[in-house]
Write a protein that binds this ligand. Structure first.
Ligand SMILES: NC(=O)c1ccc[n+]([C@@H]2O[C@H](COP(=O)([O-])OP(=O)(O)OC[C@H]3O[C@@H](n4cnc5c(N)ncnc54)[C@H](OP(=O)(O)O)[C@@H]3O)[C@@H](O)[C@H]2O)c1
Length: 304
């Protein structure tokens, strides 16, 4: 493959595929790292768009090093628990260092876990621990923090109940929450990966910074019926509920219900708030407003 290119691990996933497509849109060559024996139908779209598909086992560091040689950046959008975020992503990091790749973007894509309490969010603890490895590795790295995906407000949403027309919130109704669409997150990640200049260790972005009341108002405008915020309880109470729910299992699942509640309490307490935002770093990027996003989703559903 001609250098330079960006290697994307997790390119068959929801965010990874969007990042790969956003890179291609910028004219950047992409190598999609996928598991050996990945069904060709899952990589067809990327292949047709011009990505090079590289089946490689993330436990085979020498083969991985070979694949990464000549890359200008490695983007990880892997998703999983310790075996993925530490072990597989750790091997990716080792191979990136061995191949002398100048930049690594870890699979963080979350609220600001540099400011939340360790132990308050199992999945984000894994990322915080991985950062210790990143710091030791000597590679230049940039973590992109985007709050929650706007996609959490649609479909089978944990926050918006279309039957009761309630927007669930914890703690204060006025607490501002950060959301970014997956498309905006991918476009920004592609801009960082393709940036020839050094990029900071943390970049914070949000398509929308809104309260539960703002979400209810936007839903009311889009749906043409009144939505209201619905209180779930104070943060401390939900933290106790999470601890009790955890006793009943879910440790082997990436997203048990209590994990989703951990993200919600981190946002609702204000601890994981993104501040200041780095949205303006790449002026060519256009941000999706929450109402635009909800409207587009509704139009998309009505065309089905
Ligand atoms: N802020 C938010 O609201 C929010 C919400 C969701 C996700 N995220 C974050 O976004 C990132 C990407 O998530 P996603 O939703 O795009 O995940 P996803 O759709 O589940 O995709 C995960 C990707 O990782 C790959 N993968 C996992 N384990 C692997 C292994 N051992 N070897 C090789 N490939 C492996 C999967 O490959 P296969 O397809 O072959 O399994 C897939 O390509 C994660 O950091 C996640 O936490 C953030």
């Amino acid at each position: 493959m001609t250098s330079p290119f960006v290697a994307v691990a997790g390119a068959t996933g929801g965010l990874g595929q969007l990042i790969a497509m956003a890179l291609i849109k910028r004219g950047v060559a992409v190598k999609a790292l996928v598991r050996p024996n990945t069904d060709p139908s899952r990589t067809e779209k990327l292949r047709r768009a011009g990505a090079t598909i590289a089946p490689v086992d993330l436990s085979a560091v020498p083969a991985l090093t070979n694949e990464l040689t000549g890359a200008m950046c490695v983007v990880s959008s892997l998703q999983g628990l310790r075996d993925v975020i530490h072990t597989a992503q750790g091997n990716l990091l080792k191979a990136a260092v061995a191949a002398k790749v100048p930049k690594f973007i870890p699979s963080d894509f979350s609220l600001d876990f540099t400011k939340t309490k360790p132990g308050s969010n199992r999945n984000l603890d894994l990322r915080r621990e991985f950062h210790a490895e990143l710091k030791k590795s000597g590679i230049a790295w940039t973590s992109i923090l985007n709050g929650g995906f706007l996609e959490l407000l649609v479909g089978d949403s944990p926050m918006v109940n279309h039957k009761s027309r309630k927007v669930a919130y914890i703690g204060q109704e006025s607490q501002l929450l950060d959301f970014t669409s997956m498309g905006d997150t991918a476009a920004y990640t592609a801009a960082v990966a393709a940036d020839p200049k050094p990029t900071p260790n943390f970049l914070r972005i949000a398509s929308a910074t809104v309260s539960a009341r703002d979400i209810a108002n936007a839903e009311s405008n889009v749906e043409g019926a009144q939505y209201k915020p619905g209180w779930m309880g104070p943060v401390w109470f939900i933290e106790i509920v999470i601890r009790v729910m955890r006793l009943f299992g879910g440790e082997k699942e990436v997203f048990p219900i209590w994990q989703g509640m951990q993200y919600m309490t981190n946002m609702a307490s204000g601890a994981g708030k993104l501040k200041p935002l780095d949205n303006d770093r790449y002026p060519e990027l256009v941000w999706t407003t929450m109402e635009e996003f909800l409207r587009e989703h509704k139009n998309h559903l009505s065309k089905k």
